[in-house]
Write a protein that binds this ligand. Structure first.
Ligand SMILES: [Zn+2]
Ligand SMILES: [Zn+2]
Length: 251
């Protein structure tokens, strides 16, 4: 019984070094990926979906060119121990899942999958052996057509620097990055992160009409649509002139 280019034992040792231990889910996952691969036509550029976060994504990453990092493996957590490989362009592919009926014939696999006994009572060796003996028999396979929004090129928008943390982020996310918008996984002691001491000069906001002769904080560009685009002030010194007259009072 082999998995990809490996014998079962070789595969388990690769699993151990990549995943940390010989997880039964990865042993099963190896057969599942192998089964899916065997049904993909040669030369097709394919991508993968895993329907669980547990173990299975690592089997896909070990045995196919699809990884989370290269964008060819998506994890859509549906809680089912299943995966699909599909043609990146047409979306046609195969889905491999655990066949609950077939699992019943393998008591240690059944006990593991349905959590019928506490982990410490599991016979790990027997479990891995039953997964090996059963081979591809524990799984069902079906053809699938993947939803069109998962296909094709992923567009990447412009990148800017977050107004709060200063790190590069996709500006489609808004004026600040998602972390600063509250999605950070880290505990922020107090509000320290958001009140970074500002070591520049003390600044005041002033109405535009009161700024003549003063120096602006940053360069400004004046755009007259279809006519011109350029620096609005020389050396940032605010001058009475074109801009003031053309700008509404409350600016
Ligand atoms: Zn269901
Ligand atoms: Zn930020």
């Amino acid at each position: 019984m082999s998995i990809g280019q490996y014998s079962y034992e070789e595969y388990l040792s690769v699993v151990r070094s990549f995943h940390g231990y010989t997880a039964p889910g990865l042993a099963a996952g190896g057969f599942m990926v192998d089964l899916a691969l065997s049904r993909m036509p040669d030369g097709v550029l394919f991508e993968a979906v895993c329907e669980t976060r547990n173990c299975l994504p690592d089997a896909v990453q070990l045995l196919t060119p699809c990884t989370v990092g290269n964008g060819r493996l998506k994890i859509i957590n549906l809680g089912r121990f299943a995966l699909s490989l599909y043609d990146k362009h047409s979306g046609e592919g195969v889905r491999v899942y655990v066949d609950a009926q077939k699992v019943r014939a393998w008591p240690e696999v059944e006990a593991w999958l349905f959590k019928l006994k506490p982990k410490r009572e599991q016979d790990c060796q027997l479990l891995l052996e039953q997964i090996r003996q059963a081979g591809p028999e524990l799984y069902g396979i079906e053809t699938v057509l993947v939803q069109p929004q998962l296909l094709g090129k992923r567009r990447r928008g412009a990148i800017g620097c977050c107004n709060l943390c200063g790190e590069p982020y996709p500006i489609d996310d808004g004026a600040i990055c998602r972390a600063c918008a509250g999605k950070t996984p880290y505990l922020v002691p107090g509000a320290e992160h958001f009140e970074r001491p500002f070591d520049g000069p003390a600044l005041d906001a002033a109405p535009l009409r009161d700024t003549v002769g003063k120096t602006a904080l940053h360069d400004m560009t004046m755009i007259v649509p279809g006519k011109s685009k350029g620096a609005a002030f020389v050396n940032r010194v605010m001058k009475k002139g074109s801009l003031l007259e053309e700008t509404p009072e409350n600016c």
